[in-house]
Design a protein around this ligand. Structure first.
Ligand code: BES
Ligand code: MG
Ligand code: ZN
Length: 492
């Protein structure tokens, strides 16, 4: 999509569809009067007849019948002026895109009122437009292509192309493909999207210009004593992979960030088998890894002065005669021993190996993402990720980024007293807690492997996948976390 910025009065804008956003009760703004005069009062008439008030998401579409250079005009409601925030712009951006597609509009223009903060607003609108354009229809026999929006223009009187505005629009354009990659990987069925497949996708990302991918096969995994990954993958025929990607900036990095993502391509539960219903969506259990790959893709395009390393332990979790058994003990490379009492608590087992590896690379911070526990969904529902951290600064920074992107995080406690729940009578710790507070005991388990490094754990079991269409994403993988991680890294 071609993105342009133009200085023009509202009646001079030329497009297939011109979007004019209207805050609730603000239909008397000067630009709307000018528009109305140009169409001989038809606009005012239509607003009155349809009782358009400017409520959030409300729309009114009308044909200019050649009285203006734009073919169609779409009024879209913003809701109360005081409650307009970036997510409002993303949402109305998505609404406008749907209308544009229905009307087969190829060029979309958005009127920017003089005096508006076009930078934040323009970026959020573009993000809404781009994110809502995602479809996964490779397995649909009828994958009839929709009209693509070819140009998007921000236009308004006195609107100037500033470096900052162009940069924030470019950031959006470079980030969205990362979100789409994450969605694609999550939506791909597990019999296709295996650890080998994920590794191959990661290799494809190397751009020869800052981003390098390393894939470890079974031998290297064995040599590196990644016994969690080996134990979990023993149940199925698919070989595990350990994927490591590093983006190195051109100059000395300001910070070193490690991103760790759970890459469990299918979670049947193993011998602690899940019931059929719980297994239906378990192809999504590599969402954390998908988010890391998506983020690396965006980072490679954005080229910040930060070193970013992604670590994705990838495996299936299957039951069989060779599968690990409840009661087995894993000895990790850092000396810790873990009693496996439930083979369905496998995410933490493979993440432990990756966290040990990340710590050894001496990063400034480690952020892991995992569809780790159903308990986190019970606590926070399907739209919010749990944020656990041993560091207040990192917590604050991630919350600030999440506020900017609208991907919701909620701080959760690492309750010291619950550490007793993961003590094992026979090994150092066990892989399940005492029943309640399952998201917390899972996070406490991970904490055992991060030493003193500032670390945050995002339990994305809820928001990684959406059962129903959202304003910015259809049903399926959401790519949750890519935008927030990118924002966090750009803010460093
Ligand atoms: N992958 C699941 C967690 C999950 C559940 C993700 C629902 C997305 C949606 C994880 O491996 C798991 O099975 N966790 C168990 C842990 C329990 C055995 C301690 C769970 O949450 O039930
Ligand atoms: Mg499991
Ligand atoms: Zn799992």
């Amino acid at each position: 999509m071609n993105v342009r910025i133009q200085s023009q009065s509202i009646t001079a804008i030329r497009s297939d569809l011109l979007v004019v956003s209207v805050a609730q009760g603000k239909h008397n703004a000067a630009h709307l009067k000018a528009l109305d005069a140009a169409v001989d009062g038809v606009l005012r008439e239509q607003v009155r007849r349809s009782r358009f008030q400017g409520k959030r998401g409300e729309t009114l579409l009308f044909h200019t019948h050649k009285r203006l250079p734009s073919v169609l005009i779409l009024l879209v409601g913003l809701g109360k002026q005081a409650s307009i925030e970036p997510s409002t712009w993303r949402q109305v951006g998505a609404t406008a895109r749907r209308q544009a597609q229905e009307q087969r509009a190829k060029s979309l223009a958005w009127f920017v009122e003089p005096g508006m903060d076009v930078q934040g607003m323009g970026a959020a609108i573009l993000e809404g437009i781009l994110l809502s354009g995602y479809v996964f229809q490779k397995y649909k026999s009828d994958n009839g292509k929709k009209t693509a929006i070819e140009t998007f223009t921000l236009a308004g009187p006195g609107l100037r192309k500033s470096v900052r505005l162009s940069q924030s629009l470019e950031t959006v354009q470079n980030t969205v493909p990362g979100v789409f990659l994450a969605r694609d990987l999550v939506n791909e069925p597990a019999s296709v999207s295996t650890p080998t497949y994920l590794a191959n996708q990661a290799k494809k990302l190397s751009d020869g210009n800052g981003l390098k991918t390393e894939v470890w096969g079974v031998n290297k995994i064995k040599a590196a004593k990644m016994h969690g990954l080996l134990a979990v993958s023993r149940g199925g025929p698919e070989e595990p992979r350990f994927i490591k990607l590093r983006y190195t900036p051109s100059a000395k990095p300001k910070k070193k960030v490690a991103l760790v993502g759970k890459g469990l391509t299918f979670d049947s539960g193993g011998l602690s088998l899940k019931p059929a219903k719980s297994m239906e969506t378990m192809k999504i259990d590599m969402s954390g890894g998908a988010t890391v790959l998506g983020t690396m893709r965006a980072i490679a395009a954005l080229k910040p002065q930060v070193q970013v390393t992604g670590y994705v332990p990838s495996s299936e979790n299957m039951p069989s005669g060779t599968a690990q058994k409840p009661g087995d003990i894993i000895s990790y490379r850092n000396g810790k021993t873990v009693e496996v009492l439930n083979t369905d608590a496998e995410g933490r087992l493979i993440l432990a190996d990756a966290l040990i590896c990340a710590v050894e690379d001496k990063p400034d911070v480690i952020i892991d993402l995992a569809t780790l526990t159903g308990a986190c969904m019970v606590a926070l529902g399907s739209r919010v990720a749990g944020l656990f951290s041993n560091n207040q600064q990192l917590t604050d920074d991630l919350l600030a980024s999440s506020k900017e992107t609208g991907e919701q995080l909620w701080p959760m406690p690492l309750v010291k007293e619950y550490k007793d729940d993961i003590k094992s009578p026979i090994a150092d710790i066990k892989n399940i807690g005492g029943g309640y507070g399952g998201a917390i005991t899972a996070a406490l388990f991970l904490e055992e492997f991060v030493s003193e490094v500032p670390w945050a754990h995002l339990d994305i079991a809820g928001p990684a996948f959406s059962e129903r269409a959202l304003p910015h994403a259809p049903r399926g993988g959401t790519g949750f976390g890519v935008r927030t991680l990118v924002q966090y890294i750009l803010n460093l």
